[in-house]
Design a protein around this ligand. Structure first.
Ligand code: G4P
Length: 530
């Protein structure tokens, strides 16, 4: 096996998704501890101002103590090279969160056992499902009062239309949490009270057939419940089928407690065995094989302000095939230019390190003097492949933005266009009005503040923002439809994006249905591929 093949084969690139507070940061941190990438818990994120998240780049982010940017962390574990794509966890998440999922080969969905599926999990799941990527579920906080595990699994199956397969099964919850039953090895992993708050304690393992020891560990009542549960899940549940997992149709489910480090290492080990090395990607009609020696990558995120002193931008790219070498010249397909990628770097837990090489599956950040756009392809010279673009997702909050100082038209247009090009915001306008009144759409409301802050600090423009009462936007798919003759409620607004696509702004799901009802040929989309 060549070195290249070996390197690519050992890579696993996945995103962690969850609703805020479900425990994504805690789980990520525990995974990094296992990889030896960090030494102490709490180094990934501190809500208190004294500790900063590794992903805290922007001042604003530090002030608010939350993560606006999503980061990528790489670590090694038992021969695997693991890339974790973190997704902003606050409710003020952005479109970047969605786009990050375009760069992952699988996703780990963290649920709070007391809450189950929550709004942000739902949105993120939709994007994973769009790409049919494998989804692994970690049901967290079993050391607290939790919902019935059957009910949680049923919720996943019903809402998401996927099968579930519990890899382990919880024994009690809250004060009564005694551990999990490992179905593959038919053994109990017992959770002791001494586990609470500790890190890196391996669970005590007791084979199921050692009946007395099991009873001693979990008590006769929980043992009886467990025996019933085992019979039920073995008899009535889905069969395990790895192909179905890989197709995103069956989600392996794990129960545990990230805070107490219970079930985390077992999760990691199962997960690594079940996930695949980097997957092939479509580029037009062509399938790009990750093991192909020729380098190729696409930009999925552009981050401004990584270093305030230089006002630089970093373009994050996911390597899709071959090996990246620092000094080599590559081809930027959309820019039709040959270039060397400057200051290529990777995030290793708490550091950014300049790297000399990277492989398919890896994410690298390169200095961007303003030439890259989201979705761009960079590849070996002489090749001309173009990866399928990254869709634009429908924003959910809207505001009209005007400059206060009428003299600053140029700066305003430049600023707003550049920020939109990075993908932090989307901009719309009434047909034929250009920049007179710009309607800004964002996925999370924090982006409005980011926009105002950046226009002020980077472009010297003060703006007036008026929040608009719209809740949804949809791209009109029909090309031959007379946009102005549509029968719509009086509060529905017709707008265009700056590429000239027609869109409709709605105040509620009800008005969307009204539009579809009254205009039977109308076709609306929640995302745009153009
Ligand atoms: P997030 O990134 O998904 O937003 O969640 P995060 O890991 O920050 O966890 C949210 C809160 O839940 C934190 O408490 C964290 O300690 C707690 N938590 C995470 N996993 C578990 C678990 O398995 N059991 C229990 N009981 N709690 C868990 P916090 O008080 O909000 O913050 P902190 O001061 O502890 O950081």
């Amino acid at each position: 096996m060549s070195d290249l093949t070996q390197e690519i084969q050992r890579r696993r690139t996945f995103a962690i998704i969850s609703h805020p507070d479900a425990g994504k940061t805690t789980l990520t941190e525990k995974l990094l501890l296992y990889g030896g990438a960090i030494q102490t818990a709490g180094s990934v994120k501190g809500k208190a101002t004294s500790r900063h998240a590794v992903s805290d780049w922007m001042d604003l982010e530090k002030q608010r103590g939350i993560s606006i940017t999503s980061s990528v962390l790489q670590f090694e574990y038992e021969g695997y090279c693991i890339n974790i794509l973190d997704t902003p966890g606050h409710q003020d998440f952005s479109e970047d969160t969605y786009r990050t999922l375009m760069a992952a080969d699988s996703a780990v969905m963290v649920l709070d056992a007391a809450k189950g599926i929550e709004p942000q999990t739902r949105k993120l799941f939709k994007v994973c499902a769009m790409r049919s990527i494998p989804i692994f579920t970690f049901i967290n906080k079993m050391d607290r009062e939790a919902r019935d595990p059957y009910e949680l699994m049923e919720e996943l199956e019903k809402e998401f239309g996927i099968g579930t397969y519990p890899i382990n099964w919880p024994i009690g919850c809250g004060q009564d949490f005694k551990g999990v039953y490992d179905r593959g090895d038919r053994k109990i992993l017992s959770f002791e009270d001494s586990h609470r708050g500790q890190s890196r304690i391996r669970a005590i393992e007791i084979p199921l057939e050692e009946s007395e020891a099991v009873e001693k560990a979990i008590g006769s009542r929980l043992k009886a419940t467990l025996m019933d549960d085992i019979e039920l899940i073995d008899g009535a549940g889905y069969d395990f089928d790895l192909d179905q997992v890989h197709a995103g149709k069956l989600s392996p489910v794990f129960f545990g407690s990230a805070l107490n480090n219970f079930g985390v290492e077992e999760f990691l080990e199962h997960f690594l065995k079940m996930t695949l090395s980097p997957l092939p990607r479509m580029a037009g009609e062509e399938i790009v094989d990750p093991f192909d020696t020729a380098f190729s990558a696409f930009v999925f995120k552009i981050q401004a302000n990584m270093n305030k002193a230089h006002r630089d931008r970093i373009a994050f790219m996911r390597i899709c095939s071959g090996k990246f070498t620092r000094e080599k010249e590559y081809y930027h397909v959309q820019g039709e230019k040959e270039l060397r990628l400057a200051q290529p770097q990777q995030l290793m837990a708490s550091d950014r390190a300049v790297i000399d090489e990277a492989y398919a599956g890896d994410i690298i950040g390169v200095f961007d003097p303003g030439i890259f756009s989201i979705g761009d392809t960079i590849c070996e010279k002489g090749k001309n492949i173009r990866f399928a673009g990254i869709p634009t997702f429908a924003p959910e909050h809207f505001a009209s933005v005007e400059r206060i100082d009428t003299m600053k038209r140029k700066q305003f247009e430049k600023g707003i266009e550049q920020i939109a090009q990075e993908g932090a915001i989307q901009i719309f306008h009434e047909p034929h009005t250009g920049f007179e009144e710009v309607i800004v759409g964002v996925v999370g409301v924090l982006q409005f503040e980011v926009l105002e802050y950046r226009l002020r600090t980077e472009y010297g423009v003060e703006v007036r923002r008026r929040d608009l009462p719209f809740e949804a936007i949809r791209w009109v798919e029909n090309e031959d439809l007379d946009f102005h003759s549509l029968n719509l409620t009086s509060d529905t607004r017709r707008v265009q994006d700056f590429k000239g696509n027609d869109l409709l702004l709605f105040t509620s799901p009800w008005t969307i249905n009204w539009a579809l009802d009254k205009n039977p040929t109308l076709r609306l989309r929640e995302f745009s591929e153009n």
